[in-house]
Write a protein that binds this ligand. Structure first.
Ligand code: SAM
Ligand code: DTB
Ligand code: SF4
Length: 347
């Protein structure tokens, strides 16, 4: 790999120059890198579940789950493990390879970790990659999740450091970076991105992407969310971002972080098929699949299947074997007599 591609020293001028490229030139560069590091017609499917909903003490201006805004959302306590595993099984049957569990917490308590550890183990045993987003984590909490087998932790920077205080006042950019450091240190893969369409300036989008790209290593997964406007939140009614500018943001994420999965995240329900297709051309290679995000709607599975089929795109295969598949392979390997077709079970 050429060193000039996998860089961590991007300057604000570098990123500004990318935003100023003619659209076709930008997409050409993004596509070339995408094709170099990934199979371009394959998309990774992640399914989300809100495991603890609403009543969050933070004041994130975009979020329907903050206790400070009247969004009509019904709060729900931390789910039971069995119900989470049932949802994960359904997600796997639908074709997802990663299951992302989100909780509306500022930060989990140690007793919450006792419960979510079990969720991680049981979801992973189904043969799914696991991801959690639980708010700020202390280093010992991150280590406990790593020991339970958590593959990814999602913790977004959301916007530029300069715009952050206009969106959230109950925590700082530094707090976010500290948790990301704890997650990295514990050996969990980092899922970190942001939201656009919040009324930020173009330089805020550029600086968000630059902040992600100067991380070393880059986040393995980079979700780019288009704001889902929810009645009752302070950002309801803000001017929407143009689809072309959204596609540019995806393309620049791809160029700055060529080996990372770039997820076309929240906001697809409101997006045309054509805009989504341009996002895939620009290097997006992951989506949230399933009819709900956390508390808002995502496209129906049938619409997504039709879109992927129309584009000749296929879902990425799971990198994680299920417990049943592992046991099956172990049995085959341990057998003394030659085994013609595994151990005879259905895997
Ligand atoms: N409470 C944890 C936290 O904030 O890190 C985890 C859950 S929080 C809902 C996860 C992410 O969802 C946020 O960082 C934000 O990027 C995204 N998000 C929340 N509300 C959104 C909205 N209305 N539109 C788009 N993205 C949103
Ligand atoms: C991320 O970047 N986007 C997801 C996931 N990480 C947790 C969440 C989107 C939430 C959209 C609003 C909602 O459904 O509540
Ligand atoms: Fe709470 Fe996360 Fe929503 Fe902010 S984004 S209000 S921390 S659930």
């Amino acid at each position: 790999m050429s060193v000039s591609e996998l860089r961590h020293d991007w300057t604000p001028e570098d990123v500004k120059a990318l935003f100023e490229l003619p659209f076709a030139d930008l997409l050409w560069r993004a596509q070339a890198l995408h094709r170099k590091y990934f199979e371009p017609n394959t998309v990774q499917l992640s399914t989300l579940l809100s495991i603890k909903t609403g009543a969050c003490p933070e004041d994130c201006a975009y979020c329907p789950q903050s206790v400070r805004y009247d969004t009509g959302l019904k709060k729900e306590a931390l789910m039971e493990v069995e119900a989470v595993v049932a949802a994960a099984r359904e997600a796997k049957a639908g074709g997802a390879t990663r299951f992302c569990m989100g909780a509306a917490w500022r930060s989990p308590k140690d007793r919450d970790i006792d419960k979510v550890e079990v969720m991680v183990r049981e979801v992973k045993a189904l043969g799914l990659e696991t991801c959690m987003t639980l708010g700020m984590l202390k280093s010992d909490q991150a280590s406990r999740l790593a020991d339970a087998g958590l593959d990814y932790y999602n913790h977004n920077l959301d916007t530029s450091p300069e715009f952050y205080g206009k969106i959230i006042t109950t925590r700082t950019y530094e707090d976010r970076l500290e948790t990301l450091g704890n997650v990295r240190e514990a050996g969990i893969k980092v899922c970190c991105g942001g939201i656009v369409g919040m009324g930020e300036q173009p330089q805020d989008r550029a600086e968000l992407l630059r902040q992600l790209a100067i991380m070393n290593p880059h986040p393995e997964s980079v979700p780019i969310n288009n704001l889902v406007q929810v009645g009752g939140t302070p950002l309801d009614g803000v001017a929407a971002l143009s689809p072309i500018e959204f596609v540019r943001t995806i393309a620049i994420a791809r160029i700055l972080m060529p080996k990372s999965y770039v997820r076309l995240s929240a906001g697809r329900t409101e997006m045309s098929d054509e805009t989504q297709a341009l996002c895939f051309l620009a290097g997006a290679n992951s989506i949230f699949y399933g009819e709900r995000l956390l508390t808002t709607d995502n496209p129906q599975n049938a619409r997504d299947r039709a879109l992927l089929a129309q584009l000749g795109m296929r879902p990425e295969a799971s990198p994680v074997p299920s417990e049943a598949e592992v046991t099956c392979a172990q049995r085959a390997a341990a057998a003394t007599a030659p085994v013609a077709a595994g151990c005879g079970c259905s895997h």
